[in-house]
Design a protein around this ligand. Structure first.
Ligand SMILES: *Cc1c(COP(=O)(O)O)cnc(C)c1O
Length: 726
C-alpha cells in the first residue's frame, strides 16, 4: 500500500519573489521562452537536477540563494517582465472571443486518459497524451472555454532502463503532487472538491488536482485516499499499467467521475470531447443525469447527449482499441443500466458493432461512436481506414458515407520550437508567427531568412543534441556498471557535423525501428563514409508486455556495440518530452517507416520542420498530406502489402537508395561559404509547407467550427421548447 505524503510544501518566499510561484503554477511558462529562462535562472543547478520542475526548485532554494535573488535587480526586472506578460496573456482578446463570444459561457469538456504537457509532469505515455497536451495549450491560446479532465497518476508511466544486454527494464517512480506545478482543488468553503463513483458494493472517492494550462484548467482525479479500500486507491496508480479489470475501473472513474466532477465544480459542459474511446462511459453518465435532473426519457436524453458529444479515434490497430468481456461490463455497470431503463443486453449492444451479436465483446470505440454525433480520425488516410474499420455499425451505409470524418492532428508550435530558430522567426517573419501560427503568408517569409543564418542556427542545435546524447550515454553506461574506459568512449560517439537521422517513437513492431538495419553492410557503408558520415539516434519505449517490441530495442543495442556501428548508432533511454525536444530540434532528418496504414497520424514528424529539420517517411498518416515533393522525402508511393517480408525488402531498399542517391549527397554539397544551398532550400520548403497547417491552432479551430459549435447548437435546438426538439 502506498503512503500518503501528509506534509504540504508551500515554499515560503519573500513577497518580492512570490510572483515566481504564480508563474510556476501556470504551465504557460512551458511555451514561453522568457519564462523558461527566468525559472532556470532561479537556480540552474536545481533546475537541471529536478527535471525542470520550477515548483520543486522554489521549494528547495537555499536561504542564501533567496537572498541573492532578492538583491539581483536584473533578475527582479526579468521577473516583472514575465509576470506582466503572463497577466497580458490571461487577458487579451482571443480568437474565440472574436469568433464565438456568444457561446463563451458554454464550457467544453475534454476527456483523456493521458496528458503530455511537460517532462516534469509524467502523466503521459506517448502520442495520444502529447496531442491532448498540445490541444489544451492551443485551446488556451485561442481562448476556448475548454476544461480538461483526466487522472492524476501516483506513478505515471514507467521509466525505461536497459540492462547490459539491451533488454528493457521498467521502473515506476512516485509522483509527489505537492511538489509539481499542480494544486489541489478546494471549494469556496475551503473543503476539498471531491468526486464520487459507485463500484460494486462500495463508493470510491476521488480528490481533484488542477493544472493550470494558460487559461485552460485541467482537472485530474486521484483516488489515493485513506477512505478508499487499498485496491481502489490503486485506480489512479499507473497509466496503462494494470489488467482489464483495472482498465475498466479507470475508465469508469474518468468517464463517470469526470462528468460528476465538472458538475460539482459548476462547469456543466455543453459539449464533451472524447480523446480516444477510454472516456466513453461519460456519455452514459450524461444520459443518466439528463433523465434524472430533467426527467427526460432515455431516447430523448440519448439524442441530446449524442448531439453534443465529439469523439476522436486514434488507432487503426484493432488491438489498440479497448475491449471488455460482457460479464465484466455487466459486473460494473448493472446499476447504471438499470438507471437508464436498459436491460444488460441493451447496454452491451451499445458497445458492439453488431448489436445483436452476443459473442461480440464490448468495445469502447463502438460505444463512443454510438454516443457521439461528431466522429473523426486523425488524418485523411486514417479517416478512410476508420470508416472501413467501423462500417459494421452502419451496415446499410456504403463505406465512404460512414459518418466518421477526419481532422488531421497538429502540434503546438511554440512548445516544440527552439529559441534559436524562434529568434530568426521573430526577426524575419515578424511577431505574428507566434500569435497566428496558421497564417500561411507569414510562413512564406521564411525565404527572407538568410541561408547562412538558418544553417548556423541549425548547426548549433545539432551540436547541442550531440552533447546531450553523449551525456545521457555516459549516465546510461555508468548505471549499467560499465568501467571507466567504456564510459569514456561515450565522449567519442557521434560527430557534431555529421548528417544526423533521428528515429524516436513507441517500439511497436509495425513501426519497424529495424528497417534501416536490414542490410548491415550497406548501412555500414552509408554511415562510415569518411567524407560523408551519417549517424542515427534511436529512442523509444516498448509496452511492458510487448516482447517483440523489446526485442527490437535489443537488436539496436547489439548492433550499436559492433565496432562498425559504435560511433554512428546510439540508443537513448527513456524517451520523453525532454528527449523528444532535443531530438526534433537537432536532427537533420526525421525517419518514419511504419507499415502503412497503421500510423494514424504521427505528430513527431511535425515537430521537426519548425526547427529546420526534414522528414523522410513512408506515405502514411499525416505525411500523405504533408509531403509535397520538394519539402522532404517519401519512401515508396503509398503502397500497401500483404507479404511483410517482401514489403520490408522493397522499402528498406528504397530507403537506402534515397539516402545514397539524394539525401547524403545534397547534405554534403557545400558552397564556398560551407553552406549546403540545396539542403537549405529543402529546409525552407519544409518550414513553408508544413508549419501553417500541421499545428494544433489549426486543428483546434477545426474542432471548434466543425464539432464544438455544431454540438452547442444541436443541443440548443433539441432542448428548445422543453426538449420538444428531441
Ligand atoms: C510527439 C511525441 C510522440 C508522438 O509522436 P509519434 O510521431 O506519434 O511517435 C510520442 N512521444 C513523445 C515523447 C513525443 O514528444
Amino acid at each position: 500500500m502506498r503512503v500518503i505524503k501528509r506534509f504540504v510544501v508551500t515554499p515560503s518566499l519573500p513577497v518580492k519573489l512570490q510572483p515566481l510561484l504564480q508563474i510556476a503554477h501556470n504551465i504557460w511558462w512551458t511555451w514561453n521562452p522568457e519564462a523558461i529562462q527566468l525559472l532556470r535562472r532561479v537556480d540552474t543547478e536545481l533546475w537541471d537536477r529536478l527535471s525542470h520542475n520550477p515548483v520543486a526548485v522554489l521549494g528547495n532554494l537555499s536561504t542564501e540563494r533567496i537572498d541573492e535573488l532578492l538583491h539581483d535587480t536584473a533578475f527582479l526586472a526579468h521577473l516583472e517582465r514575465v509576470r506582466e506578460e503572463l497577466d497580458r496573456y490571461m487577458k487579451f482578446t482571443t480568437w474565440f472571443d472574436q469568433e464565438h463570444g456568444n457561446v463563451k459561457d458554454r464550457p467544453i469538456g475534454y476527456f483523456s486518459l493521458e496528458f503530455g504537457l511537460h517532462e516534469c509532469l509524467p502523466l503521459y505515455s506517448g502520442g495520444l497524451g502529447i496531442l491532448a497536451g498540445d490541444h489544451l495549450k492551443s485551446a488556451s491560446d485561442l481562448g476556448l472555454p475548454l476544461v480538461g479532465v483526466g487522472l492524476a497518476y501516483q506513478h505515471g508511466y514507467f521509466r525505461q532502463y536497459l540492462n547490459h544486454d539491451g533488454w528493457q527494464q521498467e521502473e515506476y517512480r512516485e509522483n509527489d503532487f505537492y511538489n509539481l506545478p499542480m494544486t489541489q482543488e478546494f471549494d469556496a468553503q475551503g473543503q476539498p472538491v471531491m468526486a464520487e463513483v459507485e463500484y460494486p458494493g462500495r463508493r470510491v472517492q476521488a480528490r481533484v488536482w488542477r493544472i493550470q494550462v494558460g487559461r485552460v484548467p485541467l482537472f485530474l482525479l486521484d483516488t489515493n485516499l485513506p477512505q478508499n479500500q487499498p485496491a481502489d486507491r490503486e485506480i489512479t496508480s499507473r497509466l496503462y499499467g494494470g489488467d482489464d479489470d483495472m482498465r475498466i475501473r479507470q475508465e469508469i472513474l474518468l468517464g463517470i467521475g469526470g462528468v460528476r466532477l465538472l458538475e460539482t465544480l459548476g462547469l456543466r459542459p455543453t459539449v464533451c470531447h472524447l480523446n480516444e474511446g477510454h472516456s466513453a462511459f461519460l456519455g452514459l453518465e450524461r444520459i443518466r443525469r439528463l433523465m434524472k435532473v430533467e426527467g427526460l426519457s432515455y431516447r430523448v436524453a440519448f439524442e441530446m447527449v449524442r448531439a453534443s458529444n465529439a469523439f476522436t479515434t486514434h488507432t487503426p490497430v484493432a488491438a489498440g482499441n479497448d475491449y471488455f468481456a460482457p460479464e465484466k461490463v455487466a459486473y460494473y455497470l448493472e446499476p447504471l443500466a438499470r438507471d437508464l431503463g436498459l436491460d444488460m443486453e441493451g447496454l452491451l449492444a451499445l458497445g458492439r458493432q453488431d448489436p445483436g451479436n452476443k459473442a461480440e465483446p464490448f468495445c469502447m470505440t463502438a460505444l463512443a461512436i454510438r454516443l457521439a454525433q461528431s466522429c473523426n480520425g486523425v488524418s485523411a488516410l486514417h479517416g478512410h481506414t476508420s470508416r472501413q474499420m467501423w462500417q459494421r455499425i452502419w451496415p446499410e451505409v456504403p463505406v465512404e458515407e460512414v459518418p466518421i470524418t477526419h481532422i488531421t492532428n497538429g502540434i503546438h508550435v511554440q512548445s516544440w520550437n527552439c529559441s534559436e530558430i524562434a529568434r530568426l522567426y521573430e526577426r524575419y517573419l515578424g511577431p505574428r508567427w507566434y500569435e497566428e501560427p496558421t497564417n500561411q503568408t507569414v510562413w512564406e517569409r521564411v525565404s527572407r531568412i538568410p541561408d547562412s543564418e538558418l544553417w548556423r542556427a541549425h548547426e548549433r542545435m545539432r551540436e547541442r543534441l550531440v552533447g546531450f546524447v553523449r551525456k545521457r550515454l555516459q549516465a546510461q553506461l555508468q548505471r549499467r556498471g560499465a568501467n571507466r574506459a567504456q564510459i569514456m568512449t561515450a565522449e567519442e560517439v557521434l560527430d557534431p557535423e555529421a548528417l544526423t537521422i533521428g528515429f524516436a517513437r513507441r517500439f511497436a513492431t509495425y513501426k519497424r525501428a529495424n528497417l534501416i538495419l536490414r542490410d548491415p553492410q550497406r548501412l555500414a557503408r552509408i554511415l562510415n563514409n569518411p567524407e560523408r558520415p551519417v549517424q542515427i539516434i534511436f529512442a523509444g519505449k516498448a509496452h511492458p508486455k510487448d516482447h517483440p517490441g523489446k526485442e527490437l530495442i535489443r537488436q539496436i543495442i547489439h548492433m550499436s556495440q559492433q565496432s562498425e556501428f559504435h560511433r554512428g548508432i546510439v540508443f537513448i533511454e527513456n524517451y520523453d518530452i525532454e528527449v523528444a525536444r532535443y531530438l526534433v530540434q537537432g536532427v537533420d532528418i526525421w525517419l518514419n517507416n511504419p507499415r502503412r496504414p497503421l500510423e494514424a497520424s504521427g505528430t513527431s514528424g511535425m515537430k521537426v520542420p519548425v526547427n529546420g529539420g526534414i522528414n523522410l517517411s513512408i506515405l502514411d498518416g499525416w505525411w500523405c498530406e504533408g509531403y509535397k515533393g520538394d519539402n522532404g522525402w517519401a519512401i515508396g508511393a503509398g503502397e500497401e502489402y500483404e507479404d511483410y517480408a517482401y514489403q520490408d525488402e522493397v522499402e528498406s531498399l528504397a530507403l537506402y537508395d534515397l539516402l545514397e542517391a539524394d539525401i547524403v549527397p545534397i547534405f554534403y554539397e557545400r558552397g564556398n561559404d560551407g553552406i549546403p544551398r540545396e539542403w537549405v532550400r529543402v529546409m525552407k520548403n519544409s518550414m513553408r509547407r508544413v508549419i501553417a497547417n500541421f499545428n494544433t491552432n489549426r486543428m483546434v479551430e477545426e474542432y471548434v467550427k466543425r464539432f464544438y459549435i455544431p454540438g452547442v447548437e444541436g443541443a440548443q435546438r433539441l432542448a428548445a421548447d422543453g426538449f420538444a426538439g428531441a
